[in-house]
Design a protein around this ligand. Structure first.
Ligand SMILES: [Zn+2]
Length: 295
């Protein structure tokens, strides 16, 4: 997202608010405002060593987790900004070349865009995410977009315009406007993964080094969002839930592809048993997962 160039990018929309066919201009940066609005309530964990076998990296509004296995690591997700992740890893004295695998929970940019930080790793992607690659993630009507312009005003005043500078993710084909039956619609945020990958299905068991991994499909936020249960102890749910005061809550509905499926998946997560920790990618973690699941 090239917010640096934001002032130059103008998207022209033919909006029929109040049937007047008003012609309006909306800057691409309005989209930055929308995303900012969704992320400002998020509570990622600051970069630190959490346990002997677990590190966390904060990358803007998302977390990357690293499971240690001897000298090697397996990462859960790849974050947003490779440059930022590299400097955070350096602060933890973790050599990125020792990250042997990245388990991607889903293909949204805040989970894969930093993949270049892990140049020597094998990438695992849920197979149901494959159709989401190279497709637009969010579509809005032009009138929703017009409301969103208000959000952009707050975004501008927040002084957080650099929030998205690390994304470097705003190529020309990343916004599309299409005339539809009920007016125009704008699509944006194409999912991309600029690396070869292996796919994983639902209910698989993997072994990477000494780390055991079970995959659990928790679709709804995206088509293939997958939770990873590591060593039967740590469950990583990506954007499968929010955590508020240790309690499971639905994820930001604006960002969910299918809200009904998302709610079903939360029930699926609640029925999982036997592990102690539950980690989200935007809302921290709980060390009493069974209590959080029961709540
Ligand atoms: Zn996310």
């Amino acid at each position: 997202m090239q917010i640096r160039n934001r002032q130059k990018r103008v998207v022209r929309l033919s909006c029929s608010i109040h049937g007047k066919g008003t012609f309006m201009k909306i800057r691409a940066s309005v989209i930055g405002g929308i995303i900012w609005n969704e992320t400002k309530g998020m509570t990622p964990v600051p970069t630190q060593k959490l346990f002997d076998d677990l590190y966390v990296v904060q990358d803007l509004f998302a977390n990357v987790f690293l499971i240690k296995d001897g000298e090697d690591y397996v990462a859960i997700d790849a974050g947003i900004s490779a440059a930022n992740i590299k400097s955070e890893l350096a602060s933890l004295h973790v050599d990125a070349r020792n990250v042997k695998a990245v388990l991607v929970t889903h293909s949204d940019i805040d989970h894969v865009n930093g993949i270049a930080a892990f140049a020597d790793s094998e990438v695992y992607l849920p197979e149901a995410e494959v159709p989401m690659l190279n497709n637009f993630r969010i579509t809005m009507s032009e009138c929703e977009m017009s409301d969103a312009a208000e959000t952009y005003k707050d975004f501008e005043q927040s002084g957080e315009l650099n929030l998205f500078a690390g994304l470097e993710y705003w190529p020309d084909d990343d916004i599309e406007f299409a005339e539809g039956e009920n007016g125009g619609r704008i699509s944006f945020l194409k999912n991309r993964l600029d690396r070869s990958y292996k796919t994983v299905g639902d209910g698989e068991t993997l072994k990477i080094g000494n780390i055991s991994i079970e995959t659990i499909l928790i679709d709804g936020h995206t088509k293939g969002l997958t939770a990873y249960l590591i060593n039967k102890k740590y469950l990583f749910v990506g954007d499968g839930v929010s955590l508020v005061d240790g309690q499971l809550r639905p994820f930001n509905s604006f960002l969910n592809l299918n809200e009904a499926l998302h709610r079903k998946s939360i029930e699926k997560i609640k029925n999982l048993k036997g592990f102690k920790y539950l980690f989200t990618q935007h809302y921290g973690f709980t060390d009493d997962a069974q209590m959080s699941l029961a709540g």
